[in-house]
Each structure stands twice: as structure tokens, then as C-alpha cells.
Design a protein around this ligand. Structure first.
Ligand code: TEU
Length: 570
């Protein structure tokens, strides 16, 4: 077999440091907590971890507002703790990817504090996007761009003498001012930050909002400024019976002036060179870019740019066979065109956990969010489909990112009391959006322990629902048929069979209600049938097929029931 680079088929486990393991009992997860639990990840069988931000931050967006990119926030530990974590992971053969947030800093970053103290037009202000307001007295924002989190994308500053001053752009929260990437100082600073973390031994970077760094010249008004998510919402509408591929075609008519501008690619070409100059093993860049359609996304993973880009298509695809098939085939076509692997994702810290998402009414237009007034997901149905969906994802070629807790089948916490909600989305929309806290609840490790074993303390920063005890690691480890054991055995088999490096083609069992692909190894010596039945009738397997893994019980006759997936050798 060919000697493919490690990342092409890697399964990478996302750790949200606040919520994974708390070593000191303050109710917030930390780096020593992660280090102590690394053996769990080795036993799970993942290739790498991606850590959401752990840098110094006032935590107005859970650390995606960075005040110092070269230091660890005291709530998570110290640089020594980071070194110990990286070394400990490497000892177990687990690579470490860190999160880089280059679109914006925290408003408490030294640069931004200096910018506020400096005059309009100064070098200090030139690192961010400050502009005079419109209107007679500059009282209106410079353009009509909204914030992703709700409300306006601009905030007006107050001058030293107390008079109202310029406005600064923030595509996210007020506390997250956007950098001006046309300023070479910004580029130099981030090249240096990359080198800093490479020097500490990390294996790569997940790049936050990778499609947002460069804005359209002149910052023109956006033609259709209803919400920042318009284009993906439109794409998420269920296609009519006779137009299965529409989900891919409903890209924005004209590109929003803050997203996916040509200039971003220049930045990633420079970063690729920075990484390629580092000693081996190869370090990677993974784009978090909410860009559609797929051929636009694929431009981020051209050979001289990033290695991976999250494929978010499963997040806004309804649980319908034709949608899933279309997503899978288009993803391979788009990525094959640039020679990059597809990077599958079913859950992360920004979306409703897939064990709940897939239990929502699939005729709703927004399968990746739960609105405040929406019906609750069906937990049993959601878990059954989530196990099948994961089996589909992990059975297919490509790399895949897992989100902490999905290996336990954890559901979204949907009844979190509002006083606990921290996501700026909740606050900026005045509660119309409940926000993302429900997927960020601390992990249950031990059913009958304070904070379900999350840490030595009784409480955790977000309260765990009563139901979480039943999902705890100690309830599932070693239990045949548990979600945790299903993940472990899939990851072992995937690695042994090199499934991530195979090639997929549609199997003839794939019909209206069945998704069926054959994953053939590079030398075609072994063929795995990956099949999910989404229809009402149980599905018979081809003659001679030997089922090796199943996400649920087969019928007495060995047929695959509704919402169950199998892997079979054929
Ligand atoms: O998310 C980028 C982003 O655009 C998301 O807000 C996304 O549109 C939304 O969550 C979809 O439901 C990244 C981080 O992943 C997120 O946690 C941060 O809040 C955001 O950047 C700002 O740094």
C-alpha cells in the first residue's frame, strides 16, 4: 500500500477544553485534566486531537476571543501544562492540533487596547478595521454588515475627551474586533505565532473562520443583509422530490463582501510555506470555512494551501437518502478535482449534537439549530440515526473529525436554564436563538460521582442534565453494543482495513431509501459495503456479504431495519 501522509485518513477528536476534564475542581476543564485522560483517547483509537482555544482570553466567546496568542489562560493552566500535554499525547502516538483565531482578536488584546488609545489614522488603529461613521455626525455605522451573533457588525468608540469617535468592525461579538489583513504587520504576526506553536511541538492548526479574513475592498454594503447565515439556510431547505442535488447549487447569488474573498488564499499559501519549512513530521492546516458550494470550499485545499477543510455538508443535510448520496458524491468530486481528501464532520461545538439533531423533524428548514420555540428532538430516534450516520461517515474514505461526547451518544442539553447561557448568540439575539451552550456541557465520566466525574468538584460551569449519568463512560466501557464500544470497534477496524484511504463508489443497492457505497482498498483486495437503510422496509444484503459491524439489531432474518447501518465484507 502507498505511504499516505498521516492526515489524509486521520480521525481527529475535538476537545473543548472547558468541558472535557477538570483536574482542580473549579468546575472548568483544564489542560492537566486532558493530560490525565489521554489513555482514554488511545483506547478509543483516534489519531489526533484538536483543542479548541486555550489561550489567554476574557472568555466572551469561550476563548475564541484571544488576548494573547502565546500564552495559556490561567483557567486552563500554563505553558508548562501545554508542553506536558503535547509530550504526553505524542508518547501515546496521538498528534495535537491547536486552534488559531486569525480573523479577530479579543478587545483586550494589547494591540486593540493600543488602537483605542491612539488617534484615527494611526499605525495602532491600522491593525484593525476602524472607519468614520456615516451621517452628519458619523452616527451611523460605515456599512450595513451585521454580526454573525446578531445585531450590528460595528461598534462606535469613545474618544479620550468623551466625544463619540470612529467605528470598528466585528463580524462576531463587540469584543472580537476584526484584524485588517491588508496590513502586513498582521500577516507577520500570525506567521510568527505559527512558528511559536510549531516550536512547541504541535502537529497542526485548525483555522477559525478561514473564509473571513479578507474583506471586499471598500467595504461595500451587503446586498442582502438579512442574516449572515442566509446562504446556508437556503441551501439547507429540503430539496423537492425530483431535485436531489439542489443543496449544492443554492450558493449565494453574489458573494457576501465579508466571506470567501480571493485574497484569503494568498494568506494560506504563505502559511503553507511556513509549515513546510518545519522539521518533519508534516504539520497541517485545517480550514473552518462555511463556504458553499463545494468547489469553492475545495479551493482552500489546493496543493499549495491547506491540507484539510471541514466538509460541513452533513450538518445541514436532512436525513434523506437522496440528500446524503448527493452530498457524498459531490464531496468526492469536488475534492478529487484538487487532490485533497474529504474531511467529514457530524458535530462540533457550534451545532446541535447529531444525536439530537437527527431526532428533529426532518421537514424543518434548519436541521442544524434548535429554535427557542421548537419541538424537542426524539432522543431514541436521534441516537439510532446518529449511530448509523457515524458508521456511514467512518466507513467512507477521507479524514473525519469527532466532537467530544459523540462517542457516548450524548444528546444536546435542550433545557438549560437561561441564566446559565453564556453564548453571545443568546444574548445578542435577546434569547431568540438559544445559542450553542447545549452542545458544550461537561462530559460525564462516572455515573455515580460528583459532576459525573468531570472533576473533583460538585458543580460544573454549565450544569449537566440529570440524564447525562446514563451516558457516562463507566456505564459504556466494556459493555457490548454501547455507543462507546461501537466507536472503538469501528475505529480499530477502520485503521486495520485502511478504510480512510480507500475509494468509494455507489453500490446498486443504493435506491430511493438506501445509501450504499462500496469502499475498496487502494489495491482493491478488500471491499467493504457501507449501507444505511433510511426507508420503511428492512433491506436484504447481497449474497455472500458478511456483516462485520452494525449500528443496531438486524432482524431475525438478517435484514437491515430502518435507520440502521452496517459494514459488510463483500
Ligand atoms: O465559528 C465560525 C462561525 O461562523 C460560526 O459562528 C458558525 O457560523 C455558526 O456557529 C454555525 O452554527 C467559529 C468558532 O467555531 C465559533 O465557536 C466562534 O464563536 C466563531 O468562530 C468566532 O470566533
Amino acid at each position: 500500500p502507498t505511504d499516505a501522509p498521516w492526515w489524509r485518513d486521520a480521525v481527529i477528536y475535538q476537545i473543548y477544553p472547558r468541558s472535557w476534564a477538570d483536574s482542580d475542581g473549579d468546575g472548568i476543564g483544564d489542560l492537566p485534566g486532558i493530560t490525565a485522560r489521554l489513555p482514554y483517547l488511545r483506547d478509543l483509537g483516534v489519531d489526533a486531537i484538536w483543542l479548541s482555544p486555550f489561550y489567554v482570553s476574557p472568555m466572551h466567546d469561550a476563548g475564541y476571543d484571544v488576548a494573547d496568542y502565546r500564552n495559556i489562560d490561567p483557567v486552563f493552566g500554563s505553558l508548562d501544562d501545554a508542553d506536558a500535554l503535547i509530550a504526553g499525547a505524542h508518547d501515546l502516538g496521538i498528534r495535537v492540533i491547536v486552534d488559531l483565531v486569525p480573523n479577530h482578536s479579543s478587545s483586550e488584546h494589547e494591540w486593540f487596547k493600543a488602537a483605542l488609545a491612539a488617534e484615527p489614522g494611526s499605525a495602532e488603529r491600522g491593525r484593525y478595521i476602524f472607519r468614520d461613521g456615516k451621517g452628519e455626525h458619523g452616527e451611523e455605522p460605515p456599512n450595513n454588515w451585521p454580526s454573525v451573533f446578531g445585531g450590528e457588525g460595528w461598534t462606535r468608540v469613545t474618544n479620550a475627551d468623551g466625544t463619540p469617535g470612529q467605528w470598528y468592525l466585528h463580524i462576531f461579538d463587540t469584543t472580537q474586533p476584526d484584524y485588517d489583513w491588508t496590513n502586513p504587520e498582521v500577516g507577520d504576526e500570525f506567521a510568527s505565532i505559527l512558528e511559536f506553536w510549531c516550536g512547541r511541538g504541535v502537529d497542526g492548526f485548525r483555522v477559525d473562520v478561514a473564509h473571513g479574513l479578507v474583506k471586499e475592498e471598500g467595504l461595500p454594503d451587503w446586498g442582502a443583509p438579512l442574516t449572515m447565515l442566509d446562504s446556508s439556510e437556503e441551501a439547507a431547505l429540503p430539496p423537492e422530490e425530483d431535485e436531489p442535488a439542489r443543496i449544492h447549487e443554492a450558493g449565494p447569488g453574489s458573494r457576501p463582501p465579508m466571506w470567501d474573498q480571493e485574497g484569503v488564499h494568498e494568506i494560506y499559501r504563505r502559511w503553507r510555506k511556513v509549515l513546510d519549512e518545519q522539521p518533519s513530521p508534516e504539520r497541517i492546516l485545517c480550514a473552518e470555512a462555511w463556504v458553499k458550494p463545494g468547489d469553492r470550499l475545495a479551493r482552500y485545499v489546493r496543493p499549495d494551501e491547506m491540507h484539510q477543510a471541514f466538509n460541513f455538508d452533513f450538518l445541514d443535510t436532512h436525513w434523506r437518502a437522496e440528500n446524503l448520496r448527493a452530498v457524498i458524491e459531490r464531496s468526492y468530486a469536488d475534492n478529487d478535482a484538487v487532490g485533497a481528501p474529504t474531511t467529514w464532520v457530524l458535530s462540533n461545538h457550534d451545532v446541535v449534537r447529531h444525536a439530537s439533531r437527527l431526532g428533529l423533524d426532518q421537514s424543518l428548514p434548519r436541521p442544524n439549530g434548535i429554535a427557542a420555540d421548537q419541538a424537542q428532538p426524539d432522543a431514541e430516534l436521534g441516537l439510532r440515526r446518529a449511530r448509523a450516520a457515524t458508521m456511514l461517515m467512518l466507513g467512507l474514505p477521507g479524514s473525519a473529525y469527532l466532537y467530544q461526547g459523540e462517542e457516548l451518544g450524548l444528546p444536546e442539553s435542550t433545557d438549560l436554564p437561561h441564566e446559565f447561557r453564556q453564548d453571545p448568540t443568546f444574548h445578542r439575539t435577546e434569547g431568540k436563538e438559544i445559542g450553542r451552550d447545549g452542545c458544550r456541557i461537561p462530559i460525564p465520566w462516572v455515573k455515580d460521582a460528583p459532576s459525573h466525574g468531570f472533576g473533583p468538584g460538585d458543580a460544573s460551569w454549565l450544569p449537566q442534565p440529570e440524564s447525562y449519568g446514563a451516558y457516562a463512560v463507566d456505564q459504556q466501557a466494556g459493555v457490548a453494543g454501547s455507543t462507546l464500544e461501537l466507536y472503538r470497534s469501528m475505529l480499530t477496524a477502520r485503521r486495520a482495513g485502511r478504510l480512510g484511504l480507500g475509494s468509494a463508489s455507489r453500490h446498486d443497492l443504493s435506491d430511493r431509501d438506501v445509501v450504499a457505497f462500496v469502499n475498496a482498498t487502494e489495491d482493491d483486495s478488500r471491499r467493504t459495503l457501507v449501507l444505511v437503510n433510511l426507508g420503511a422496509d428492512a433491506v436484504a444484503l447481497p449474497d455472500g456479504a458478511t456483516v462485520t459491524h452494525q449500528s443496531g439489531e438486524l432482524t431475525a432474518e438478517g435484514l437491515v431495519p430502518t435507520d440502521v447501518a452496517i459494514w459488510a465484507t463483500i
